[in-house]
Design a protein around this ligand. Structure first.
Ligand code: 6PG
Length: 228
């Protein structure tokens, strides 16, 4: 059963979410390339988007017009299995045909502050992004923006310390940066996310609510996560 309201789409299972997400991304790319000759996409970390990335690896894309950025990264060595960039490369990017100089990986191995400063310079001329992909943590975090952690408003990229989700040191696009994008796509699957969805819908002040409240956002979730 699929139900869609003005912002959310409930799909039967994670595979259906991945298919819908990949289709949405490809449509956004087509629209952006038609309108502006390029498509800038911010990738989400974590496990949820990986199935969609694997579907994108099978798609025919105008790779020379795609520009890839990351919403957040863990402060670990580049080849660490927990790195979001490595997961995205293995699921999709290494086989995508997107030119290497159009894939902008967060240099999180430099440490949170140095990486945030360098990545802010990297994205300075690239905003607004066309599409930002997001997952959501079981506490309602998005990217590496966690409940109860505030960051200076003026920054586009923030260093994160003491993150409740390991590893503690991370780099993240800021709320302002995520909100400046033309469109956001949030992917949520699994019963583990139900409590955070319920808290969001109750009106709790969570990172996911803050980002959802600042501009167009499509939520794709599976029935296991749905609290209807
Ligand atoms: C990270 C991610 C994080 C992730 C959520 C959901 O680096 O951990 O950027 O924000 O999107 O924690 O993670 P899962 O998709 O693995 O449930």
């Amino acid at each position: 059963m699929t139900r869609a309201d003005d912002q959310s789409l409930v799909l039967p299972d994670p595979a259906a979410v991945a298919r819908a997400a990949a289709a949405f991304i490809l449509q956004c790319a087509s629209d952006a390339i038609t309108a502006r000759g390029r498509f800038s996409l911010v990738l989400a970390g974590g496990r949820t988007p990986l199935a969609a990335y694997r579907l994108l690896a099978q798609a025919q894309i105008d790779a020379g017009r795609w520009h890839i950025y990351f919403g957040d990264e863990r402060c670990l060595p580049p080849e660490d299995p927990q790195r979001n960039s490595l997961a995205a490369r293995q699921a999709w990017l290494d086989a995508s045909g997107i030119p290497g100089d159009q894939i902008h990986i967060m240099p999180a191995e430099l440490g949170a502050e140095a990486a945030a400063g360098q990545y802010a310079r990297t994205i300075a001329g690239a905003q607004p992004f066309d599409l930002v992909l997001l997952g959501m943590g079981e506490d309602g975090h998005v990217a590496s923006l966690f409940p109860g952690q505030e960051h200076p408003a003026r920054l586009s990229v923030v260093p994160v310390r003491d993150a409740p989700k390991p590893p503690p040191d991370r780099v993240s696009l800021s709320y302002d940066c995520l909100c400046a994008a033309r469109q956001r796509l949030l992917l949520v699957t699994g019963a583990g996310k139900r409590d955070a969805l319920a808290a969001w819908r109750r009106g709790d002040e969570l990172p996911v609510a803050r980002v959802a409240g600042c501009g167009p956002l499509i939520l794709m979730l599976d029935e296991a996560a749905d609290i209807a």
